[in-house]
Every structure is written in structure tokens, then in C-alpha cells.
Design a protein around this ligand. Structure first.
Ligand SMILES: Cc1cc2nc3c(=O)[nH]c(=O)nc-3n(C[C@H](O)[C@H](O)[C@H](O)COP(=O)(O)OP(=O)(O)OC[C@H]3O[C@@H](n4cnc5c(N)ncnc54)[C@H](O)[C@@H]3O)c2cc1C
Length: 281
């Protein structure tokens, strides 16, 4: 993209009006870090959405409400009881990128390496889209296809609602990287709900080593109702091969990616079980 003009609307409805008038000649601009990866040189007018009051984290009822333009660094620094979003944010790229890159930018145009869609799928988050009025989408629906398609006509993501993890719920994530700031070779996130020693429900999601982030239904099914222990986690992780088209890249064969995913799933499940049993963080 080649930014030729710059608008700074004062409100969310004004930003949407600007984008609707501009059509294909306009783009919402949050942190702007994705421009680095969008190198088609189409001239566009940037509509700056970072001054619309959408940078906040608010606990409210059963959710943490995170404004769409909240920088990843703010999410990384935030702490609250049973809050887990900082775990993955501190592992995304560098401090400089996290200071400007926003949660909305990460999930409105999903790149293959994006980590937050994986976490939000596991957490069963809800995305709020402003199209004149606000509509809420469950993560399974929102990430069914590339979300950027939703925003072609000027609509904007305004908020992400992350469920507060209840007692007996635990979160675990694993991002496998070659070097600290590199893109993930595989990203795994999961939420386990325990009922005593057993797993009442499980949500497990993967990204990076597959074309698009997704949940792993065979892995989830192999966990439900079973005892939360290593052998069960290992057996469930082995189902991942059937759940997604693991792809080879950067010297890794598809089989290597699948194996890496299995190891990472085991690790993430063990972390989630420890969290659910009462991790002090
Ligand atoms: C070197 C580098 C390494 C990175 N590594 C990783 C990594 O390992 N893992 C990872 O997850 N991310 C990583 N990122 C970040 C990621 O690739 C994106 O650059 C970033 O998430 C985009 O956020 P942004 O706020 O800068 O969005 P922008 O660049 O401003 O926007 C991105 C897209 O989303 C649209 N958009 C933004 N906000 C909204 C909204 N509220 N409503 C509708 N549309 C909107 C824009 O129009 C644009 O199409 C990296 C980035 C860089 C530069």
C-alpha cells in the first residue's frame, strides 16, 4: 500500500463514513505495522483510527473488554486475576512493534503467522464489529474465513471481549520460534475446564504451521470426559495429524510441523491443567 493522504476522524461513525466514501481507495490505519507486508503499492488514503477512544482494557461482568486499538504492549503489561492474554503478547515480535501494533490490526487482516487469532479461538472470545450499530461475532464464526473480507465496506472492529477464566478453567499457550522475535513455527493455545480430576470441556487451537488458524476438533474430542493427565494429553495430541493440513516451510517437512504441533499441544495442555488447578499468576 502507498499512503497518499491521511484523515483523522473524531469518532467511530465518522471513521466509518470516511471509509465508506473512499471505498477501495481507503484503509483503516491502526499501528500501521502490517503495511510492511502489504507491498502492492496501491495508492490509498489512510483513515487513522487510533484517536477514537478504542484503546482500553476493562473488566466487566464475565468479560475483559479490550478496545480494538489497544497496543499489544498494553495487553502484555495488564494484570488481573486469572488474566492470561499477556502470555502470548509478550512473545510477539519486539517491544517496538508491540508498542504500536494493536489487537485489532492483528485480527482484522490475519497473516499466516498471527498469534492472537489462535488464542482468541481457544478462549472463545467475541468480536464486536461496528457497521452503524454494533454486532457481536463468536470467534468460531469470526475466524471461519479471512476477517478482512468483513471490513471491505468500511465496517470497523471496535472491541474484543475475552471471557474471564472461571475457577477450574485453565489456559495454556506455546509459540515455537527459532529466535526470540521470529514468526512462529507453530502456535498452540488451549483452555481446559476441569471437573475434579477430569476434563469437562476443552478448546484447542493452532496456527502458523497451517494455512489459517483453526480449532482442532479431534484433539478436543479425545480430551473430553477423560482424566487430566499426561498420558491422556499425549494421546489427544496424536489426533492433531487428522485435524489440519500441516504444511512444510523454512526447511521443515509437513511431517516435522505435525510432530512439532503434537509436542506443543502436550506442553500447552499441561500448562492449562496446572493453571486450572490454581496457578499463582
Ligand atoms: C517485523 C514484524 C514481526 C511481526 N511478528 C509477529 C508475530 O510473530 N506474531 C504476530 O501475531 N504478529 C506479528 N507482527 C504483527 C502483525 O504482523 C501485524 O503487523 C500487526 O498485528 C498489525 O497490527 P497494526 O495495529 O499495526 O495494524 P495495521 O497495520 O494498522 O492494520 C492491519 C490491517 O487491519 C486493518 N485494521 C486495523 N484495525 C482495524 C479495525 N479496528 N477495524 C477494521 N480493520 C482494521 C487495516 O486496515 C489493515 O488492513 C509482526 C509485525 C512486524 C512488523
Amino acid at each position: 500500500m502507498k499512503l497518499c493522504e491521511f484523515l483523522r476522524p473524531a469518532s467511530l461513525p465518522a471513521a466509518r463514513d470516511n471509509l465508506r466514501e473512499l471505498g477501495a481507495k481507503g484503509m483503516a490505519l491502526a499501528g500501521g505495522t502490517a503495511l510492511h507486508f502489504m507491498q502492492d503499492h496501491t495508492p490509498v488514503t489512510a483513515v487513522d483510527i487510533t484517536h477514537l477512544g478504542l484503546s482500553y482494557i476493562r473488566p466487566e461482568g464475565d468479560f475483559y473488554r479490550i478496545g480494538a486499538t489497544t497496543p499489544l504492549a498494553d495487553i502484555q503489561r495488564y494484570r488481573a486475576p486469572r488474566w492470561a492474554m499477556h502470555e502470548i503478547c509478550r512473545r510477539i515480535s519486539t517491544h517496538q512493534i508491540r508498542n504500536v501494533s494493536t489487537i485489532g490490526g492483528n485480527i482484522c487482516r490475519v497473516f499466516p503467522w498471527a498469534d492472537l487469532p489462535v488464542v482468541l479461538l481457544a478462549m472463545n472470545a467475541r468480536m464486536v464489529v461496528f457497521s452503524g450499530k454494533e454486532h457481536e461475532y463468536a470467534a468460531d464464526d469470526y475466524f471461519k474465513t479471512q476477517p478482512a473480507k468483513r471490513f471491505l465496506h468500511g465496517d470497523l472492529l471496535s472491541e474484543v471481549k475475552v471471557p474471564a477464566l472461571q475457577a477450574h478453567h485453565g489456559f495454556g499457550s506455546v509459540k515455537v520460534v527459532r529466535t526470540a522475535a521470529a514468526f512462529a513455527m507453530v502456535t498452540i493455545a488451549c483452555v481446559l475446564e476441569l471437573d475434579g480430576a477430569n476434563i469437562k470441556s476443552a478448546r484447542v487451537a493452532a496456527g502458523s504451521a497451517i494455512p489459517f488458524p483453526r480449532r482442532l476438533p479431534s484433539v478436543e474430542a479425545a480430551l473430553k470426559g477423560k482424566e487430566a493427565k499426561t498420558e491422556v494429553f499425549q494421546e489427544a495430541a496424536r489426533k492433531a495429524g487428522a485435524d489440519a493440513p500441516w504444511r512444510g516451510r523454512e526447511g521443515m517437512s509437513p511431517d516435522y510441523s505435525r510432530h512439532l504441533a503434537e509436542v506443543s499441544i502436550l506442553d500447552a495442555l499441561e500448562r492449562a491443567a496446572t493453571f486450572a488447578r490454581g496457578r499463582a499468576e
